[in-house]
Design a protein around this ligand. Structure first.
Ligand code: COA
Length: 354
């Protein structure tokens, strides 16, 4: 009988261990098969950081080992790692929800056009059971997972069928892709009455904080979630300050644009860059406008301002990765005009544990 181990987080500046290295290798192989883009690879240090946790998310990785022994929490469990399940639990919102991602050891991952054999299927089922048991223990009843290329990747197709048979349903589709920073046109001057403030590393001046907290709450409800269950959490100065502190403590960077009409915050858009990844890549965070400011071209204006600021403040960044719900016609139209090139469509499945 294989044994399930929970990986402990490596201490900063210590060796991450073979188990985590093998997880990263497996995750990158799967990502390469699904997206075809090596730039989306993760690193051992990035995973170690997520395992250490943040005020927003708790991350757990279980490793299923061939070793027949007692289960324990370990940095480097014994035996051959058959596969992993990575679990993320939001802490400030979505208190009922848990995200899981099943990843087979790189040596066991079938080629995209190969059917998963019985051994692979039983490993994946055990890893799913580990996620479901974790959810029950932590009092979370809603499970989410993301799949891609189910039409061509036979293991993804098998997982999709298996989860559907367990009652999971597709609830949201997102297109992921890139915008080349240099291709984004210069921003036009803003109409009179409007102005922009640029924010580095989530350090908002005090006068902006109530307006920013309010617009982040609007984003939580208005960014399309398809049919996924969500329970937004409140935004306040403490939450904003904590996120900023954690971002800076980890050595990551962010750049945001706050759009103001008079003293009212009417829009916000941001990108984040992780020091543990490829420094020529940044990740688009939210873009949101107050409802009364929509439909006037300001979504385009705020993105152009953000990309211009990126060229000035993070000149090494060449591409920005964006993730957009396939039915978000406005955001897709804006991104297409900025040169967005899609690489993968992901589907979120949702199921329940009772
Ligand atoms: C997404 C958002 C920032 C867009 O900003 P906006 O200024 O309202 O966008 P616009 O109304 O200027 O529309 C943008 C483009 O979409 C087009 N568009 C508008 N409605 C459309 C529709 N139903 N179908 C197709 N295109 C549409 C517009 O014509 C415009 O294209 P154009 O500039 O070539 O004419 C804003 O609507 C918003 O805050 N939405 C809620 C949060 C959100 O979804 N954020 C994005 C998460 S990834």
């Amino acid at each position: 009988m294989p044994t399930l181990f929970r990986l402990t987080a490596p201490e900063p500046h210590t060796d991450v261990g073979d188990a985590l290295r093998s997880f990263v290798f497996a995750a990158n192989l799967l990502s390469q098969d699904l997206t075809g883009d090596p730039a989306l690879s993760t690193t051992a240090e990035a995973v170690a950081q997520t395992l250490r946790g943040s005020s927003e998310t708790a991350t757990t990785i279980y490793l299923l080992s061939e070793a027949e022994t007692q289960t324990q929490d370990l940095l480097d469990p014994p035996g051959f790692a058959l596969g992993f399940v990575q679990i993320s639990e939001p802490l400030r919102a979505d208190a009922d929800t848990l995200d899981f991602q099943i990843i087979l050891n790189a040596e066991l991952q079938p080629l995209p056009d190969e059917e998963p054999d019985e051994e692979v299927q039983s490993i994946m089922l055990e890893l799913f059971d580990a996620a479901a048991s974790h959810a029950k223990r932590s009092g979370r009843s809603v499970l989410h997972t993301w799949l891609a290329r189910e039409d061509e990747h036979k293991t993804m197709a098998w997982l999709s069928r298996t989860l559907h048979a367990k009652g999971f349903q597709a609830k949201l589709q997102e297109t992921h892709g890139w915008i080349e920073v240099s291709a984004v046109p210069q921003p036009l001057p803003l109409d009179s009455g409007l102005r922009a403030e640029f924010i580095q590393d989530f350090q908002f001046p005090e006068h902006l904080i109530p307006g920013v907290a309010s617009i982040l709450s609007i984003a939580d409800t208005d960014v399309p979630h398809g049919g996924l269950s969500t329970q937004p959490g409140p935004w306040d100065d403490t939450r904003i300050a904590t996120i900023g502190q954690e971002l800076r403590d980890r050595g990551n960077q962010s750049l945001g644009v706050v759009l103001l009409q008079g003293n009212e915050v009417i829009g916000y858009s941001e990108v984040v860059r992780y020091c543990t990844g490829d420094l020529s890549i940044a990740w688009q965070g939210i873009t949101v406008l107050q409802e009364h400011a929509r439909g006037q071209g300001l979504g385009m204006a705020i993105k152009q301002l953000l990309f211009e600021a990126l060229r000035q403040h993070m000149p090494e960044v060449r591409r920005v990765c964006s993730e957009i719900a396939v039915d978000n016609s406005r955001m897709l139209a804006i991104n297409e005009r900025l040169g967005f090139r899609a690489h993968t469509t992901w589907t979120a499945l949702e199921g329940q544990v009772l």
